[in-house]
Design a protein around this ligand. Structure first.
Ligand code: ADP
Ligand code: MG
Length: 614
């Protein structure tokens, strides 16, 4: 019999391999985004046309490639990421198989433009169905731009198998989310059919989640954190109150790589046992770090599945860590001091004696005990005082110098304080009333308290904005129709100078011309109608700023905003609003002194009244 075995020509082999690597446009998106991350990019833009069927383009500012590498990268098994099989056990990159570009270029029209830092000019290569059509020098910035056009143009059967644009776009967005969530420190943009869908600034993990899933997500997140010898867990789970009927956001990342694991999912699920109703799905964003030696990611060509060496230990750890966080969430401090080193507190804490923060914990609560009552939300609230909670908020306030216990507590969610407040005031029949639309009067145990509404609100806004600016996790309300403002050139320059801080308070803006500003997002607590007034006041305050080492730029900005945003004297407040304001005031660190150092409240003792009636 004659010899019949032949080696497949490269382009055929590539096409076959492509079947494994590229199932749909979203697979290309994943590979290209991952290559950009591997190349150390700090800014990545994804451009999509017609659900990726006509164009998928990724622009990065990473290392780029030399002319030789630009040609080589389309060869099969061409990779810069591993050299030997051992390297597979210490992987710190997404890619390593050297297959993606070879596969993609076998089944699409690809154009690559790239330049490395050391090359003087860049390279442009066009390649179609594995054939190089052209290669020429090109003037480009450092980094790489890959455009993949007409995917599956030479495999009509595959093209016909693609789903509707809506479905394929959904897959693309899913991949985009996964990569963007795993790399919050990298800025990502996404354009779909010419319109901007995502503009994700470099940020921290929480901000990235909020930027992707919306402002409301922020209050739903419970931080999770644990470190042991074999495993580090960071991330967030969604509070049990917010679980969804449909499978919600469930993300596992292992060493910054999105993975699917029904085993780990089960561990997470079991941590919610007793806290959520049957048929609902918990949400989580969990970032696991393990020694690369202890995992095998090589078992699936698209690398979303993973094998762990010590699966059982991971399961147990994950489950107990989540349980622990859930058990604590109603009392956990809002500020995450690990997150931002540049935390500058303008308060004069130095003059005060440090007092250990007091936090009320339900000592009976055991996160590991299975609740019998289905939804266990009640056990998650911190201990309820019996009847006197409202008044206890005031304890110690008479003495403005004491840092009383309450001033030190910050609750994870306003909701918890809110609930407590509502319940107690109603039950105890407490009442407040407004005097001259300027002061809120409230009875307290020793007499009464008179609160200056404008100053009180300033304090509340001041602390809120300051927290946002320092922790850098403000949420912004996106405006349906961007607001356009004309300022003088100088004024625009002033706002540009404090752009970063403004963005941290929730503003999103671009300078369209030298003298105009387009605002597309504003702080959540700022009504749209007040935007001009707030910005004008801010510009004025910055101009008039007396250089003073004691005050940081942040402090000035926040003070100015709080002043112009706060409810004015002369505004009538409903009883609910009065109560809400008082409630928020006493959740502040310094409820008795306004940001401008004026007293916010005075108390009058019944004894003083008594004296007047002699
Ligand atoms: P792998 O990522 O598995 O190494 P790929 O086919 O995705 O394989 O890429 C091949 C090689 O091309 C990479 O190893 C890398 O050296 C280079 N490369 C691909 N994309 C980029 C990029 N965006 N920037 C710089 N180099 C890149
Ligand atoms: Mg790759």
């Amino acid at each position: 019999m004659a010899d019949i075995i032949q080696l497949l020509p490269d382009h055929v082999a590539n096409q076959i391999a492509a079947g494994e690597v590229v199932q749909r446009p979203a697979s290309v998106v994943k590979e290209l985004l991952e290559n950009a991350i591997d190349a150390g990019a700090t800014e990545v833009t994804l451009v999509i046309k017609e659900a990726g069927k006509t164009l998928i383009q990724v622009i990065d500012n990473g290392n780029g490639m030399s002319t030789t590498d630009a040609r080589l990268c389309f060869e099969r098994h061409a990779t810069s990421k591993i050299k030997s099989a051992e390297d597979l056990f210490s992987l710190h990159t997404k890619g390593f198989r050297g297959e993606a570009l070879a596969s993609i270029s076998a089944i699409a029209h690809v154009e690559l433009k790239t330049k490395s830092e050391t090359s003087e000019v860049g390279t442009k290569i066009t390649i179609e169905g594995s054939k190089v059509i052209s290669q020429e020098p090109s003037v480009v910035q450092q980094g790489t731009t890959i455009s993949v056009k007409n995917l599956f143009y030479n495999i009509p059967a595959r093209r016909n198998f693609l789903k509707s644009n809506t479905v394929e776009s959904r897959h693309i967005i899913d991949e985009f989310h996964r990569v963007a969530l795993a790399h919050p420190q990298v800025a990502f943009h996404m354009l779909n059919n010419g319109s901007n869908v995502f503009n994700l600034l470099a940020s921290n993990s929480r901000q990235r989640i909020v930027a992707i899933f919306g402002a409301k997500t922020n209050e739903k997140l419970v931080p999770v954190s644990e470190e042991t010898e074999i495993l580090k867990i960071e991330g967030f789970v969604i509070k049990p109150d917010f679980v969804r009927k449909s499978r919600g956001e469930q993300f596992f990342f292992v060493n910054d790589r999105f993975i699917k694991s029904s085993y780990l999912h089960h561990a997470a699920l079991s941590a919610f046992e007793g806290l959520i109703k049957e048929g609902t799905h918990p949400g989580y964003f969990l970032f696991l770090e393990v020694d690369p030696k202890s995992i095998d990611i090589n078992i699936h060509p698209t690398k979303t599945e993973i094998k762990f060496e010590d699966e059982h230990a991971m399961y147990a750890m994950l489950r107990s860590t989540i349980k622990h966080s859930l058990g604590q969430f109603s009392i956990a401090p809002v500020l995450d001091f690990n997150r931002d080193a540049g935390f500058d507190t303008p308060y004069e804490y130095t003059k005060k004696f440090p007092v250990a923060p007091t936090i009320e914990v339900d000592s009976k609560f055991n996160p590991f005990r299975k609740e019998s009552g289905g939804v266990g939300a009640s056990t998650l609230n911190y201990k309820k005082n019996d009847g006197a909670a409202w008044e206890s908020l005031y304890v110690g306030l008479n003495d403005a110098d004491t840092t009383s216990g309450i001033a030190n507590i910050e609750f994870e969610s306003e909701e918890v304080t809110g609930k407590l407040f509502e319940a107690e005031t109603e039950e105890a029949g407490q009442t407040t009333f407004q005097l001259h639309n300027k002061y809120i009067i409230s009875p307290i145990k020793s007499g009464m308290m008179i609160i200056h509404q404008h100053l009180a609100h300033q304090r509340v806004l001041y602390e809120e904005l300051l927290k946002n600016i320092t922790v850098q996790e403000a949420v912004s309300q996106q405006l349906l129709f961007p607001l356009l403002f004309n300022f003088s050139k100088g004024d625009v320059a002033i706002l540009e100078k404090v752009r970063e801080q403004l963005e941290h308070t929730g503003f999103v803006f671009s300078t369209t011309k030298e003298d105009s500003l387009e605002i597309s997002g504003i702080p959540v607590s700022l009504p749209e109608s007040q935007v001009t007034a707030v910005l004008e006041q801010l510009i004025k305050d910055i101009k008039e700023e007396v250089p003073d080492a004691g005050f940081s730029q942040n402090d000035l900005l926040v003070k100015s905003m709080a002043k112009s945003m706060a409810v004015k004297s002369g505004t009538a407040l409903t009883r609910k609003e009065q109560e809400y304001l008082i409630n928020q005031l006493f959740a502040c660190k310094e409820p008795s002194i306004a940001p401008n150092n004026k007293a916010i409240l005075v108390t009058m003792d019944v004894n003083d009244f008594d004296k007047k009636f002699i």
